[in-house]
Design a protein around this ligand. Sequence first.
Ligand code: NAP
Length: 245
Amino acid sequence: MGRVGIVTGGARGIGAAITSLLAEDGASVVVMGLPPDRERTEALRASLNGAAKRVHFREGNVAHYDVCKGIADEVRAQYGQIDFLVNNAGITADHTIRNMTVEEWQAVLAVNLSGPFFMTKAVLEHMVERNYGRIVNISSVVGHTGNFGQANYASAKAGVMGLTKTVALEVASRGITVNAVAPGFINTDMVAAMPKAAVEAAIQKSPERRLGQPEEVARVVRFLLDESSGYITGAVYDVNGGLYM
Ligand code: NAP
């Protein structure tokens, strides 16, 4: 059997590009997502021709540890192995800190930071037993820089970098690599939901004067998940067109 792994939020945007590339490479990909992602996964499968049979959907919210553990255990029981995990699911709830509610803070931290911790914890013992694993966490350029109106999101994404480095240290001797990818502004629904002026300002600030494409992020994730990338761990790969160096 080829490689098997989980991509959270893998049915649209950056996650869908990651799912597609991995499935086309021959991996079996379990997309973990919320109810609307079931239909999106079907649409993604329809675009994949021969690779479609390797993409499967499991409904689950990454903000709940028992759900994460349940899905990881199911995937392991069904396929016998989990070779990789991509913690990609993410949300925003933007407001300046003076207007941000406690609920907005907690919701973004729950999905964007607790989610990667829960999923990592859910797969890690299995990877340790096998002496092999590849984990990639999707952070963000704003985890480096901060961003106006995104105290919750930037804190979570900076936290993801700390989580990445710490877990990388703890499991380096067990054949498991843990890396982060920090995209700049990428052409997805998340950016489409931003105010037009903010998107234009981000484009103008970027040396390449454009948004990135989901595939440009996905190709870096694919590289880090490769078996031959075993000497790269605890790294944060910036994919931002030079927005932050
Ligand atoms: P997107 O198009 O909004 O997709 C996010 C995916 O995550 C969706 O499939 C969403 O499901 C899923 N999701 C949300 N909450 C979830 C939960 N609690 N449990 C399981 N799945 C959940 O976002 P994107 O732009 O592709 O972003 C993907 C990742 O890259 C995120 O972590 C984001 O923070 C990060 N990122 C994006 C950019 C950018 O410019 N786009 C830049 C830097 C970093 P639903 O569709 O059902 O809500």
